[in-house]
Ligand binder design. Structure first.
Ligand code: NDP
Length: 339
């Protein structure tokens, strides 16, 4: 059973050497009487929040506790059930949810697993559009932003796992949508594949405030925040009256010892903005409703999803780190096994 372990707590920008590929010699078995499942992991999801669990923190200090050095990385994935002590799952079922960065896992917390009912779409989609990032885009946009037809929407990290969907949801509602991303290739994707009205490379904009004024001469109604830092400050200056900011993530801050300050919070008052952080885990009760909307849209080609797929468990550490250098183009997936 090959595994990717966290070697030690991480400070600053993560490195491949913070993780270690090992081969545990014991063959995994479901313990006698266990209510858990033994699974074969197929696809693993690289997500920015995983970095937060690599920082040393007191238990309970963050929304998820720190990993233990020497233990496998834990994260979302798609897997096949080999043995089950939980009546909800049987041998041969496909599931998605929290699993380990290893070939096989014994999962005892089966309440966080979803049985995959629809296998006529790529199974890897359950790490992205049909999994946690998809739910994040759906809950953040429809539940938190309170969007209306014709409004102006700005999405940062717009080509990523979450952002590409937020943009497409906003377009399907009839909004004017602009996205920012970190390369020409990503900007082209936003405009030509995901249907954003406009897109720009934030790395080539010396003055973000001026760039936003160019794309939003009348201001921004909705900002879907994925990056934080300087972008948030520039956006605050460009929000419209009664604008809404859904704070999904702040990826530019995850590797800093101390998060950057925000200078323009006064605009929350001046423009009467509602700025709300949210966590996807509070919205999984909507998963069925979400699937009813998104599955037909995928099958009819009304929504598209770009993945960045790397092969082999040994590729996982570099893929995870790549998120913080913007190397992933679309949802970062690691294939452990295709069957
Ligand atoms: P992405 O697929 O978008 O990958 C991360 C991207 O972030 C990179 O590709 C890069 O794109 C961008 N990025 C990295 N570093 C920086 C930086 N310093 N400044 C600006 N951009 C940067 O990730 P996800 O779609 O999975 O996640 C997007 C956000 O949503 C994250 O903040 C994540 O933590 C958050 N999230 C929150 C959830 C919640 O429940 N609240 C659930 C899931 C995700 P580029 O080339 O464009 O710079």
């Amino acid at each position: 059973n090959k595994q990717v372990l966290l070697k030690d707590y991480v400070t600053g920008f993560p490195k491949e050497s913070d993780m270690q590929l090992t081969a545990a010699t014991t063959k995994l078995k479901l313990p006698e009487g266990s209510k858990g499942v033994l699974v074969k992991n197929l696809y693993l999801s690289c997500d920015p929040y995983i970095r937060n669990r690599m920082t040393k923190r007191e238990p309970g200090a963050s929304f998820m506790d720190s990993f233990k050095p020497g233990s496998p990385i834990v994260g979302y994935g798609v897997a096949k059930v080999l043995e089950s002590g939980d009546p909800k799952f049987k041998q041969g079922d496909f599931i998605w949810g929290i699993t380990g960065w290893e070939e096989y896992s014994v999962i005892t917390a089966t309440e966080s697993l979803f049985k995959i009912q629809h296998t006529d779409v790529p199974l890897s989609y359950y790490t992205g559009i049909l999994g946690m990032p998809g739910m994040t885009a759906y809950a953040g946009f429809y539940e938190v932003c309170n969007p209306k037809k014709g409004e102006t929407v700005f999405v940062s990290a717009a080509s990523g796992a979450v952002g590409q969907l937020v943009g497409q949801f906003a377009k399907s509602l009839g909004c004017y949508v602009v996205g920012s991303a970190g390369s020409k290739e990503k900007v082209d994707l936003l405009k030509n594949k995901f249907g954003f009205d406009k897109a720009f490379n934030y790395k080539e904009e010396p003055d973000l405030d001026a760039a936003l004024k160019r794309y939003f001469p009348e201001g921004i109604d909705i900002y879907f925040e994925n990056v934080g830092g300087k972008m948030l400050d520039a956006v605050l200056q460009n929000m419209r009256l009664h604008g809404r900011i859904a704070v999904c993530g702040m990826v530019s801050q995850y590797n800093l010892d101390q998060a950057e300050g925000c200078h323009n919070l006064m605009y929350l008052i001046i423009k009467q903005i509602r700025m709300q952080g949210f966590g996807v885990s509070s919205y999984y009760h909507l998963y069925g409703k979400f699937l009813e909307m998104v599955l037909p849209a995928i099958k009819e080609g009304k929504i598209t999803y770009v993945e960045d797929v790397v092969e082999g468990l040994e590729s996982a550490p570099a893929a995870l780190i790549g998120l913080f250098a913007g190397r992933n183009v679309g949802k970062q997936v690691v294939v452990v096994s295709r069957e």
